[in-house]
Design a protein around this ligand. Structure first.
Ligand code: CMC
Length: 427
């Protein structure tokens, strides 16, 4: 089949250049400008990479206009409804969903790898009690690189999968320990008898010995509905193609650094409130607004061009009609409304913001809709998870995406060190 081309003419010199148009299996065509500088002596300018494809990928597909998200070709709605987070991890890493035996083996391996080296546990003592769990989490993942220097042979599938499984398994433990350290309370070791998500909730909530809160009528156990809600949140965060933190992970991968250093850098990038840090900011903002009757004033503030206040949890670079992850969480919120006791003042404020913003010309014309972070906070608050842990929960879910993207980058023979150019306007 002949390749379609795109011609460009320099109006100053009259010279014309032809570039191949590459076709993916889904999504827009891509203009191959790799020889552009050599041909023309000019760079292209695209701050924030709004129109630049930096790699080929077969992991995740997003159609921002349709509000479509697929991992390895499977729609997110299907994964969220019919599959667990661990099945989704297997899918991302192995390009297909596991059968029963594959899932059992994968699950067992992840459970066995959840423990942290005693030496690594000492690291937490070095941080102040009031350290934000994201800072401790990022540092602990950096430290993990010093414990595991082997299994980096990208030609050997067993080796890099072992390296991937280890980081997926240990991330919830590191996150829970970071949180417990911030409270100055003893760590709860992983429990091999518990599933990935229940184990994380237990490490967050339990008292030494694995006991839950004691009440007159017995222990308050973790409910299945809570595990299901958090597991869905992990699935919805598992990957999101070339977002800011994944771009950082690939950038670090491109220099040949240790994969856990790349992930630690991804954690740092995710912390910002324009990205994964938005979930914490959404609840902080709802708490600050404090009552439904103040919502309108804050909406006006968000619309004011002279005020840099933004409505947290609204807007997305790619989704311009709706964020499918947000739609799934909104339905989950409605479904779990009674079971999780979601009828709170924060929920009422959130509902009011949603109602006004969705009908306001400012938000409609800029295609600003609630994103995933708008809904996670309400559900996580109902799960007794404090807001400082919202972004670490995003990290736990996204770890599989980062490591899968790292593997893809390493296997791609066309990948190069990330080295953009600039438009110099200095002296
Ligand atoms: N509240 C008020 N105005 C907004 C908002 C908002 N949340 N987001 C964008 N705008 C306005 C912005 O001021 C600009 O207006 P104008 O054209 O008049 O200058 C216009 O909308 C376009 O904004 P932008 O900053 O050029 O858009 P972007 O694609 O570069 O930024 C974003 C996307 C997500 C960083 C931004 O919408 C934002 O800051 N949202 C709030 C933070 C947030 O919720 N982040 C979580 C994203 S989803 C989780 C994830 O995947 O990371």
């Amino acid at each position: 089949m002949p390749t379609n081309t795109f011609s460009l003419t320099n109006n100053q010199t009259g010279e014309s250049y032809k570039y191949n148009i590459l076709e993916g299996t889904r999504g827009p065509s891509v203009l191959d400008i790799r020889t552009f500088f050599a041909d023309t002596g000019m760079f292209t300018y695209d701050p924030g990479f709004t129109a630049t494809a930096a790699c080929e990928s077969t992991i995740t597909f997003i159609d921002g206009k349709k509000g479509e998200l697929r991992y390895r070709g499977i729609a997110i709605e299907d994964l969220a409804k019919h599959h667990t987070y661990l099945e989704t991890c297997y899918l991302l890493l192995n390009k297909q969903l596991p059968n029963k035996e594959e899932l059992q083996n994968f699950d067992l391996e992840i459970r066995h790898r959840a423990y942290l080296h005693k030496g690594l546990q000492k690291l937490f003592d070095a941080f102040p009690d009031n350290a934000h769990p994201m800072a401790t989490l990022s540092a602990a993942v950096t430290a993990l690189a010093s414990f595991y220097n082997e299994h980096l042979d990208i030609e050997n599938e067993d080796e890099y999968l072992e390296m991937a499984h280890r980081i997926i398994a240990k991330m919830p433990t590191i996150a829970a320990f970071s949180y417990r350290h911030s409270l100055g309370i003893p760590f709860i070791e992983p429990n091999i008898d518990l599933s990935f998500t229940k184990n994380f909730l237990t490490m967050m909530r339990a008292y030494p010995g694995g006991k839950m809160h004691l009440y007159a009528n017995g222990h308050e156990e973790i409910k299945d509905v809570e595990v299901r809600a958090l597991d869905t949140i992990f699935t919805l965060h598992a990957d999101h193609e070339q977002n800011a933190s994944t771009t950082v992970v690939r950038g670090v991968a491109s220099t040949g650094a240790h994969p856990y250093m790349a992930i630690s850098s991804g954690i740092a990038a995710l912390w910002g409130r324009a990205h994964g840090g938005a979930n914490e900011s959404v609840i902080a903002q709802l708490e600050y607004i404090a009552s439904v009757d103040k919502v309108e004033a804050f909406i006006e503030k968000a619309k004011d061009p002279n005020d840099d206040f933004r409505l947290m949890g609204f807007g997305h670079r790619v989704y311009k009609n709706f964020d499918p992850r947000a739609s799934i969480l909104k339905s989950l919120q409605d479904e779990l409304h009674d079971a999780l006791n979601l009828d709170t003042e924060l929920m009422a404020i959130a509902r009011k913001i949603e109602e006004i913003a969705l009908n306001d010309e400012y938000f409609i014309s800029r295609k600003l809709y609630p994103n995933i972070d708008f809904y996670t906070g309400i559900i996580l608050t109902a799960l007794q998870i404090p807001k400082s842990m919202f972004t670490p929960i995003f990290v736990i879910g996204r770890t599989v995406g980062w490591i899968t993207q790292w593997i893809e980058f390493k296997k791609d023979k066309t990948s190069k060190i990330a080295r953009p150019r600039q438009l110099y306007r200095g002296k």
